[in-house]
Design a protein around this ligand. Structure first.
Ligand code: FES
Length: 106
């Protein structure tokens, strides 16, 4: 499945993602800037914040309590599509998933 990342400058990067990996891991692997992921994916840093495109928000499992709590503390504004990308697992059904990188992670 392909994931599209919209960067802060408005340009986009597409990464061919492995099912079972996270949206955060694919950003790092694809050298997508703007996802810091300081904790390495253990859902404790909130520096892997992304805005999921409206077309996909309903197709993702909802944020669990821990993710939701961390989302309250993200550096950029929390919006309805806000998620922590390390908690989003890539599946074949998510082909074309589009996420926007927020202005800042810290
Ligand atoms: Fe730290 Fe996602 S990488 S919460």
């Amino acid at each position: 499945p392909t994931i599209h990342y919209i960067l802060k400058d408005g340009s986009s990067r597409s990464v061919d993602a492995k099912p079972g990996s996270s949206v955060m891991e694919n950003a790092i692997r694809g050298n997508v800037r703007g996802i810091d992921a300081e904790c390495g994916g253990s859902c404790s840093c909130a520096t892997c914040h992304v805005y999921v495109d409206e077309a996909f928000t309903d197709r993702l499992p909802p944020a669990d309590e821990m993710e939701s709590e961390l989302l309250d503390g993200v550096a950029s504004e929390r919006r309805p599509g806000s998620r922590l990308s390390c908690q989003l697992t890539v599946t074949a059904e998510l082909d074309g998933l589009t996420v926007r990188i927020p202005e800042t992670q810290s």
